[in-house]
Design a protein around this ligand. Structure first.
Ligand code: PLP
Length: 499
C-alpha cells in the first residue's frame, strides 16, 4: 500500500532531522530565483493559476524534495550566518506534535495541558532570571509573562505595558499630545523603533544612546540623554537595555542602567532575545547581573537555545499589569462563568489565537535538563573562543575586529595589507583606497561561499567597514568546522583578491 502524502512528507522530515547535513555536505545549494522557479515547473509549479487544479502526490513530493534540497541547512554546523542555528531535534518534533494537536493557547478550555505548561515554564524562566522567589511547587495559575510571536513583538508589548503604567488612559483616548521618549543604545535592535512606530509615538521617540566600541551602552550617556529629553519638555517613559546585541553580542551593564532608570522612575525593558540564554550557564549568567531589577525581559529561546522558530518568552515583573493593559473581555471567549476561567491567559496579550510554542521548549528542557541547557551555551562560547584564538594566531591573515561571548567579528586581509590593525580607531583612520578594498572583499567572499555552499556566515559594516561575523550556538560545531570555515574564507579571499 502506498503511504499517504502526509506520511511521505513526514518521513522525509524525520530523515532530515535524524540525519541532518554536516561536514562536506553543502550548507546551501544556491540557484537563482529564475532557475528555482523553473525547477518547480518540473515538479509542482510555485505559482497558482486562476483555476488551481490538484496535483498528484508524486508531483507534490517532487516539490518537497526541491524544498529540502534548496533550503538553507541551518542545522549544518557551518551555518553561522544568523543568531538562530542548530535546531534542537526534540524541539523540532515538539513543534510537529503541537501542529498535529493544532490548538490555541488562549484558553484553558482549548489548551488545558499547554496552559499549565506555560505557567510551569514561564515560572521556571522567571526563577532563572531572578524575577520570582517562589518555590517550584508554587506555580501560580497565571504565569509571570507570556509567550509571544518573536522578540520584536515582545518588545512592542513591553513598551505598551510601559506606556500603560504612566498613561493608562491612552489605551482609550489615543495620544495625549505629549512627546513620549524611550532610550536604547545605538547598537540595540531596530525593533525598538518599529514598536514606537506601531504604538503611535513615532520613531523620533526612540533616543539612541551612544555605546562603547564593543557595542555596550555607555551608562553616563544614558543619564545625559534622559536629562536632555526632560529639559526639552519630553516625557521619558522607558529604557531598553540589551543583553547580547545582534552584531557583537555586547551586554549592557544592567545594574548601572537599572540605577539610572530607577532614579528617573522609568520602565526598564531588557532585550535578552539573544544573550538571555547566558542565564542558563552558571559560568556566564553574570553577564545579565541585574536583570531581576528590570520590569520586563524578552528572551528568544529560538535563538541560542535552538528551539524552532519561534519561541519567545516575555517575563513581566508585575504580571498583574498585563490584564488592565490588554484585556477587552470578549464574552464569547473569556466567559467568566465557564469551567476554570481563572486559568485563561489569552486576554493578557494582544493576540487572540496563539501558537503553543511552549510545548517544544517544555519537551526539550525536560529532555536536556538545566545542565544540558548550560552545556549548549558553554560549548558555543568555547567555539567562539577557539575561533578568536585561530584569528589571533593567523599571522595577520585575519584581523580581529570585535565581538564577545558567542560572536566573532573579523576581516580577511590580503597579503599586501598585512599586518593591519582593525581596532575602531584604526578603522576610522584607514586610507580611503585601503578602506574601499577591504570593504568590498567581504561581500565577494561571501558570494563565492554561497555559490559553492561550503559555509554561510554573515557580514555587516562595523564602524563603517564590512566585516565577517561568526555566530556560534549550534552544539554540533567542532573545532574542525571552525578551521574549515576559516580555510574557506582564506581560499575565497585569495581568489577574489587575485593573490
Ligand atoms: C538583540 C535582538 N533583539 C530583538 C531581536 C528580534 O527578535 P525576533 O527576530 O524574534 O523578532 C533580535 C533578532 O535578531 C535581536 O538580535
Amino acid at each position: 500500500m502506498v503511504d499517504s502524502l502526509q506520511e511521505r512528507i513526514a518521513e522525509r522530515s524525520l530523515s532530515y532531522v535524524v540525519d541532518p547535513p554536516r561536514g562536506r555536505d553543502p550548507v546551501i545549494d544556491l540557484v537563482s530565483p529564475r532557475e528555482l522557479t523553473a525547477l518547480f515547473e518540473n515538479a509542482t509549479a510555485l505559482g497558482f493559476s486562476d483555476q488551481a487544479a490538484a496535483y498528484d502526490d508524486d508531483s507534490v513530493l517532487a516539490a518537497v524534495d526541491l524544498v529540502i534540497k534548496h533550503s538553507v541547512h541551518t542545522s549544518h554546523p557551518r551555518f553561522v550566518n544568523q543568531n538562530f542555528a542548530g535546531p534542537d531535534p526534540v524541539s523540532v518534533a515538539g513543534d510537529w506534535l503541537g501542529a498535529a494537536l493544532n490548538t490555541t493557547g488562549a484558553t484553558f478550555e482549548a489548551a488545558p495541558v499547554f496552559t499549565l505548561m506555560e505557567s510551569a515554564v514561564l515560572s521556571k524562566l522567571g526563577r532563572v532570571a531572578g524575577y520570582l522567589h517562589q518555590s517550584a511547587d508554587q506555580v501560580p495559575p497565571l504565569p509571570p509573562g507570556l509567550f509571544c510571536p518573536g522578540g520584536s513583538t515582545a518588545t512592542l508589548y513591553a513598551l505598551q505595558l510601559a506606556r500603560h503604567r504612566i498613561r493608562p488612559d491612552v489605551r482609550v483616548t489615543g495620544s495625549t499630545g505629549e512627546q513620549l521618549t524611550v532610550f536604547v543604545s545605538d547598537s540595540g535592535h531596530y525593533s525598538a523603533s518599529k514598536s514606537a512606530a506601531l504604538l503611535g509615538i513615532g520613531t523620533d521617540a526612540v533616543i539612541k544612546v551612544a555605546s562603547d566600541d564593543d557595542g555596550a551602552m555607555i551608562p553616563s550617556a544614558l543619564g545625559l540623554a534622559i536629562t536632555s529629553s526632560l529639559a526639552a519638555g519630553q516625557v521619558p517613559f522607558a529604557v531598553i537595555a540589551t543583553s547580547g546585541t545582534t552584531v557583537t553580542s555586547a551586554f549592557d551593564n544592567l545594574n548601572a542602567v537599572a540605577d539610572i532608570a530607577q532614579a528617573h522612575d522609568l520602565w526598564l525593558h531588557v532585550d535578552g532575545c539573544y544573550g538571555g540564554s547566558a542565564l542558563f550557564s552558571p559560568k556566564h549568567r553574570h553577564l545579565l547581573s541585574g536583570v531581576e531589577r528590570s520590569d520586563s525581559f524578552v528572551w528568544n529561546l529560538h535563538k541560542m537555545m535552538g528551539m524552532t522558530q519561534q519561541c519567545t518568552a516575555l517575563l513581566v515583573r508585575e504580571p498583574a499589569l498585563l490584564e488592565p493593559c490588554f484585556a477587552l473581555k470578549a464574552d464569547y471567549l473569556f466567559q467568566p462563568d465557564k469551567l476554570h476561567a481563572e486559568y485563561d491567559s489569552g486576554d493578557r496579550t494582544f493576540q487572540c489565537a496563539r501558537r503553543v510554542d511552549v510545548l517544544k521548549l517544555w519537551l526539550a528542557w525536560k529532555h536536556h535538563g538545566d545542565s544540558g541547557f548550560a552545556a549548549r551555551v558553554e560549548h558555543s562560547v568555547e567555539m567562539a573562543a577557539y575561533a578568536r584564538q585561530r584569528i589571533m594566531q593567523s599571522d595577520g591573515e585575519f584581523a580581529p575586529v570585535t565581538g564577545t561571548f558567542t560572536n566573532v567579528v573579523f576581516a580577511w586581509i590580503p597579503p599586501h595589507l598585512r599586518p593591519i590593525s582593525l581596532s575602531p580607531d584604526s578603522i576610522r583612520s584607514l586610507a580611503p583606497e585601503v578602506r574601499s578594498e577591504l570593504h568590498n572583499l567581504a561581500p565577494q567572499i561571501k558570494a563565492m561561499m554561497q555559490a559553492e555552499g561550503t559555509a554561510m556566515m554573515g557580514f555587516q559594516p562595523v564602524h563603517g567597514l564590512n566585516t565577517f561575523r561568526l555566530l556560534f550556538m549550534n552544539p554540533a560545531v567542532t573545532k574542525a568546522d571552525v578551521d574549515a570555515m576559516l580555510a574557506r574564507v582564506s581560499e575565497y579571499g585569495r581568489a577574489v583578491s587575485g593573490h
